[in-house]
Design a protein around this ligand. Structure first.
Ligand code: NAD
Length: 258
């Protein structure tokens, strides 16, 4: 049986990059329904169009909210709307998996970081993840099952020389995952985080020259950046029942990057 057969999965950051690849992988693995979320209608619409073309007739919906500014209840309402749309054969609503993938980065030293940017990055990456996790946990606690997968970064483990806000936010995501996972284990809800290395997405590639790609690749044991699909497979594994004993863990998918 495919890994996501019958499951409903809600993905923030699903409009592009790692989140989009995860939505696609969920559909390839037989998900019953997939929600992709973005802070821009245009990217969300473009992603929905692509997924509907590749997977016609499947249950794919989109939600728009800005994790920097939205109330936490907006995210919970989107989750509730999603599961109400796609109940199981007996009419029971279920939220099986939530991937918190949305995030932003920055490349500023302490000397040149604009006022407010540190706070913005922490707000989107850490507090945004908390809002998503909290709303998912409240629903899954009632169900007595579910899987939440967060997105950390090697910057949250080893630090980043030009991204104090980013490193702080991702370090916070690791602490959140370990704590919420310990708490939710009692309710059969798994909370884990993935730690990507350097992944070929718009976030990274938009300002990258060939020389920069070569320099970054030289610092990775596998001598190459990751494809988004290589991250997506780990997200879907952790969402699936095959990861039934994985709790409060941090899983590196980084080709051994330090
Ligand atoms: P990306 O820029 O391609 O996509 C980011 C996604 O997040 C988009 O769907 C966007 O709509 C959403 N998003 C951004 N700001 C938002 C906001 N304020 N509200 C709601 N949604 C918002 O990025 P990516 O490379 O796919 O990164 C995905 C995640 O992986 C991020 O959390 C990022 O920090 C993390 N990560 C990426 C890399 C990498 O090398 N690409 C490395 C480590 C960690």
């Amino acid at each position: 049986m495919a890994l996501m057969t019958g499951k409903n999965i809600f993905i923030t950051g699903g409009s592009r990059g790692i989140g989009f690849a995860t939505a696609r992988e969920a559909l390839l693995e037989g998900a019953n329904a997939v929600a992709i979320c973005s802070h821009y209608d245009e990217t969300r619409e473009a992603a929905l169009k692509k997924l509907n073309e590749e997977f016609p007739g499947r249950n794919i919906v989109g939600y728009t909210f800005d994790l920097e500014t939205c109330a936490e209840s907006v995210i919970g309402d989107a989750m509730k709307d999603f599961i109400a749309k796609f109940p199981d054969a007996e009419g029971k609503q279920h939220l099986d998996a939530v991937c918190s993938i949305a995030g932003i980065t920055h490349n500023n030293t302490a000397k040149n970081i604009p006022e407010g940017l540190f706070e913005k990055v922490v707000r989107v990456n850490l507090i945004g993840t908390w809002y998503v996790d909290h709303q998912a946990a409240l629903i899954m606690r009632g169900q007595k099952y579910g899987s939440i997968v967060n997105t950390a970064s090697i910057a949250g483990v080893y630090g980043s020389s030009m991204g104090s806000g980013y490193g702080a936010s991702k370090g916070g995501v690791i602490g959140l995952t370990r704590s919420l996972g310990r708490e939710m284990a009692f309710f059969n809800v798994r909370v884990n985080a993935i730690c990507p290395g350097v992944v070929k997405t718009d976030m990274v590639m938009k300002d990258c020259t060939e020389a920069a790609i070569a320099a970054v690749s030289a610092g990775i044991a596998m001598r190459r950046m990751a494809e988004p699909s290589e991250l997506a497979k780990m997200f879907i594994f952790l969402c699936s029942d095959n990861a039934s004993y994985c709790e409060a863990g941090l899983y590196h998918v980084d080709g051994w990057t330090t």
